[in-house]
Design a protein around this ligand. Sequence first.
Ligand SMILES: [Zn+2]
Length: 87
Amino acid sequence: MDREEIKLARAKGCAKCNETGYKGRLGLHEILECTDAMKALIKRKEEVDTIRRQAITDGMTTLKQDGILKVFQGLTDLKEVRRVCIK
Ligand SMILES: [Zn+2]
């Protein structure tokens, strides 16, 4: 993605959304794929950190990453993603 092309949406209210700038619901998803490597880690009752690293290696998108991708698509804004999943 070109740096110049990145656009971030920001909520702007109108009558339809009761001046909030938000309407409806949008889910952020984090899907952990149970690969053979993952099954082996779970079987050995590995630490959460080890499992997280394997998940990311296996291509898992975290909630935060999914939220940021949805900000890039103009579906929501960073403020809302921060509110729900960035502590
Ligand atoms: Zn509106």
